[in-house]
Design a protein around this ligand. Structure first.
Ligand code: ZN
Length: 272
């Protein structure tokens, strides 16, 4: 029995390798050696790393701020109604607020989204925040993180992770991802794609469909007023992004009227 087992194993490995080669285009038609399960597992590990590091990621407590989270989840739920979100049933779509004066938001594989209080307070209305969240949801749904990892770590290592040959590797990648979140770089194409998807997602909501442009517009306005945020020079050109987002909205002819409910001010005021 032990003998036959050891002769069969390489064949199984080759078979799974072949299967992966032929089945690695996902629901959204992207090539990815990670499975959806890998995305979910990786995401869970990064989520744990973040939860276990309150120094770097001071999460706003779910128990102390139930209304703020209900407010955020309502926005996310509205976006997830879009049929353009391929993995809305598979991924967790959990949002947490990080209590820091930082103008950023980021997303982790498997649907874990983080938004800083600094960004929420900087934005003027709910549409703008919906634009940011839609952009982050697109990064997750198009699986940009695992595609970047694929490029960064090489297919060889990732295949051994995916085939379960290297238990420690996935954990190591999760650690690297958690330690590098604010600086996790997506390609220009990924950013452009996430911007465009945000318009398609918001088209099916009552929000301003091109709302993702507002953040960049505000940054540019402030820059002209004297402050020059460092990341604007390293990211894809914000003017180009604004033009691209608006062009997508014109192309599909979606509604650019802001919903702008007054409750956004209350939401901002409720945060520490
Ligand atoms: Zn992005």
């Amino acid at each position: 029995m032990t003998n036959s087992k050891s002769t069969i194993k390489p064949q199984i490995l080759i078979l799974s390798f072949m299967l992966m080669l032929f089945s690695s285009c996902d629901k959204n038609n992207n090539f990815n050696v990670f499975s959806i399960e890998d995305d979910k597992q990786l995401g869970l590990q990064v989520r744990d790393e973040i939860a276990g590091n309150p120094q770097e990621f001071p999460l706003l407590s779910l128990e102390e701020y139930p209304e703020a989270y209900a407010y955020l989840n309502n926005i996310v739920d509205k976006i997830l109604v879009s049929e353009d979100v391929g993995y809305r049933d598979e991924f967790a779509w959990e949002v947490r607020i990080i209590d820091q004066d930082v103008l950023n938001a980021f997303a982790v594989p498997g649907g874990y989204i983080y938004v800083y209080t600094g960004l929420i307070k900087y934005l003027d209305n709910e549409d703008d925040l919906a634009g940011v969240l839609a952009h982050e949801i697109a990064h997750v749904d198009q699986r940009h993180s695992t595609q970047q990892l694929q490029k960064q770590y090489g297919i060889q290592i990732l295949l051994s992770v995916a085939l379960g040959n290297d238990a420690g590797q996935l954990e190591q990648i999760a650690g690297a991802l958690a330690g590098n979140l604010a600086g996790l770089k997506f390609s220009r194409d990924d950013e452009r794609e996430a911007d465009r998807y945000s318009v398609h997602y918001l088209e099916e909501t009552d929000y301003q469909c091109n709302a993702a442009f507002s953040f960049f517009q505000k940054m540019l306005d402030n820059e002209e007023a004297g402050g020059t945020p460092a990341f604007l020079s390293t990211h894809p050109d914000p003017k180009e992004r604004i033009a691209d987002i608006n062009a997508t909205a014109d192309e599909i002819g979606c509604d650019k009227t802001p919903l702008a409910p007054a409750s956004y001010q209350d939401f901002k005021n409720s945060l520490p």
